[in-house]
Design a protein around this ligand. Sequence first.
Ligand code: ATP
Ligand code: MG
Length: 683
Amino acid sequence: MSDIRERIAGLNPRQREAVKYIDGPCLVLAGAGSGKTSVITTKIAYLIQECGMSARRIAAVTFTNKAAREMKERVSSMLPGKSGHGLTVSTFHTLGLNIIKSELKTLGLRSGFSLFDPEDARVLLRELMQKDAQVDADQINRVQGQISSWKNDLILPGPALSHAETEDEAFCARVYEHYTRHLRAYNAVDFDDLIMLPATMFERHPEVLAKWRRRIHYMLVDEYQDTNSSQYQLVRMLMAERSTFTVVGDDDQSIYAWRGARPENLVQLGEDFPSLNVIKLEQNYRSTAVILRAANTLIANNPHVYEKTLWSDKGLGESIRIIMTRNEEAEAERVATEILTARIKQSAKWKDFAVLYRGNFQARLLELKLQHYQIPYKLSGGTSFFSRNEIKDAMAYLRLLINPADDNAFLRIVNVPRREIGPTTLEKLANYASERRVSLFAACSELGLSHVLGEKAVERLGRFNHFLEAIRKRMDQGDAIAAIRQMFQEMDYEAWLVQNASAPAIAEKRMANVWTLVDQLEQSMHRGTEEGDEASEETDDVEAAISRLVLRDILDQQAQEDDTDKVQLLTLHASKGLEFPHVYVMGLEEELLPHRNSIEANTIEEERRLAYVGITRARQSLTLTLTKQRKVYGEMMDCTPSRFLDELPEEDLQWFGRPDKENPEQKHERGKEALAGLRSLLG
Ligand code: ATP
Ligand code: MG
């Protein structure tokens, strides 16, 4: 029996039906962990192996790169040799990007176009909006959100303006118009364009659409509940004639309404394709009964269109642990140490652990703690601070300051900003340095250099050397941090950033990152002295502080290099579709999960689905953490436990660090007593 037949035999009857149904459109609607993605991967292999469809004719799309990668791996493990060659398994956005790349001319783009991430787009918007008046972050967010939702609904600037109902909308539409023109002038596209451009192109150029229809014969869409209008249009247009597609989804996991996702697309699908075969799955193969029960009870608080019953035969499993800590630092520390011990106790691998959180900012402290304990981790989504180019440059300067022999650091920044020191000069310098057995930096100031290099080159190298030496001297003499700040100013690093950024405000942001690094260094010096045994002694040691930063940086680089066995750090949004033996969800607090914006906008149901997604990632163990206090916009705030904790089955929870349950009345009495005691003490 071939692999694929064995595979299909291992499925439950309804999964099997979904795999084998290829005569028309098919929708699998089912809860978390019920094998929807498995149906997709098996079906791809089935189409290729058993139905003789060429892999090139199949396109499968999902939501995150990580999910796409995993899906690809699952498929290739089922296919022999090269039979999977040419198969498309990607995100919607990558599919869109590929379409754009092959249709540049029709779209009026030039090759080598840039892709603006939301941050770049924001910066451009700010620039455009600031021409008329000062704008604040909220305004930019609002305009960006509005433009994005127009794009997701395939509405171009013209119609956006003519249909604007309020002055505010008209303003947005005008910015949208400018923004679009600027993007084109930069030969750039933004994230939403990746779907909108192909979809609108298909509408306008039927011949291009016909070409793509000949290319893609079967489409499979995972996480269908999160498609937005433009994505749905893309699928619908590509598949309209043949109606050969399979989409799978779970309305309880719809978590992208804020980005224009339309769970109604599930219903729309039935209307657009009356022959749609709807298949439901009910067995969860992922989680223990305790975890599943928690997920089911939580989500039962949301209204439901389709009732689903999910069950698992994996046994009850461990209780769900809820850990409450003093503050966010203690929370991060606790998660790190928990993982450290659990790994040994469970004889698990690092990659068996995932830490999920509502916002990327929550990862920052955790990153530091994991680094502290030398726990390898992988941060998905969001660029790690230390992997930003400007931070790498700044780190190279710091490294060279404390260690002039650091040739790598030297090479990274000798021409940053540009000092007109060419590759031939560097090659000769390197030869000279290795003959003399000195570092590149030291060689720059040696007299003998004039025998191997021309006058100009010698002068430029000498100038660089003197510049840094002067800074080093200033550091030794007094305020090291001031000297470092001065260094970045004197060499006008900001001007260099401006030259290399597509918009001045991007450069500004990058410069701000450098200042953040210097601030961190300063703080780390003070912390270093506080933590030291002799706290009173003023031994601010900039070298030690820089070394600590460098170490962090190196650990970070190592983390980039091997991707195999690491703790996974992800936002709840990014965790969709994935599974891990041990899951930690951080920050189960009101205003965080559910998020404050959702509380204000009354979109708690979406937050509940987000929590549901998080919980259902866990296979064996689930730990939820929260803190009593957290810094919000620089201010320490008291936190309230998330309402979602109250919605979990009490008997399955095991609390750690919960304050004694006392009613507010008692608390008040206690406060009064303490105050009276204090008064009498003061006489
Ligand atoms: P989510 O809603 O979270 O995306 P899903 O419905 O896509 O979940 P899968 O990821 O496909 O679920 O499957 C969950 C787990 O169950 C996977 O580890 C998968 O290998 C396993 N699984 C799926 N179907 C079966 C089956 N018939 N027998 C045994 N294990 C299965
Ligand atoms: Mg899935």
